[in-house]
Design a protein around this ligand. Structure first.
Ligand SMILES: [Zn+2]
Length: 153
């Protein structure tokens, strides 16, 4: 495996609102396009980016729809829950493809209302109302990869 393993990127403390927005964006992309969650993400306090593998470039209208759905989840004031379950029970519940092989047998599962469920060891807000407004500031599509750059306001 390579350095794109998400769970290994948490050695630096992420800004919880931005990182929680990343969860919502991943869930939105999976719902809309059936694509994998972003395996190449850079999450910073001021601006972030996530890459998604898609067969074609979304239209500007689709980009605004992605943004709208993330904001809808934020405005729904969803609670963020943490739980711990054995890895074998997590099969089928969450995408385990990003877990490093040496991940412990007990997984930390983060659930955001009924919108997203994901194994993650990062820092999150306790309610999506703490995130603010989600804005896709720019996007590009190259060689089957959509890059979304986003910020919070
Ligand atoms: Zn997380």
């Amino acid at each position: 495996m390579t350095s794109t393993i998400h769970l290994n990127e948490h050695n630096k403390q992420e800004y919880p609102p931005m990182h929680t927005a990343e969860h919502l964006l991943n869930a939105t992309m999976v719902k809309l396009y059936g694509c994998p969650r972003s395996k190449n993400a850079h999450i910073e306090r001021k601006k972030s980016k996530c890459d998604y593998i898609l067969p074609k470039a979304p239209s500007e209208t689709e980009i605004r729809e992605i943004e709208r759905l993330v904001n809808q989840a934020i405005q729904a004031k969803l609670d963020v829950f943490e739980s711990f379950i054995p890895k074998d029970e997590a099969e089928g519940l969450v995408d385990l493809s990003k877990l490093p092989d040496e991940a412990s047998n007990l997984l930390r599962i983060i659930r955001i209302g009924d919108y997203d469920t994901c194994a993650c060891i990062g820092a999150h807000v306790s309610n999506t109302s703490e995130i603010g407004e989600f804005i896709i500031s720019s996007h590009s599509y190259t060689d089957g990869v959509l890059r979304l750059r986003f910020k919070l306001k």
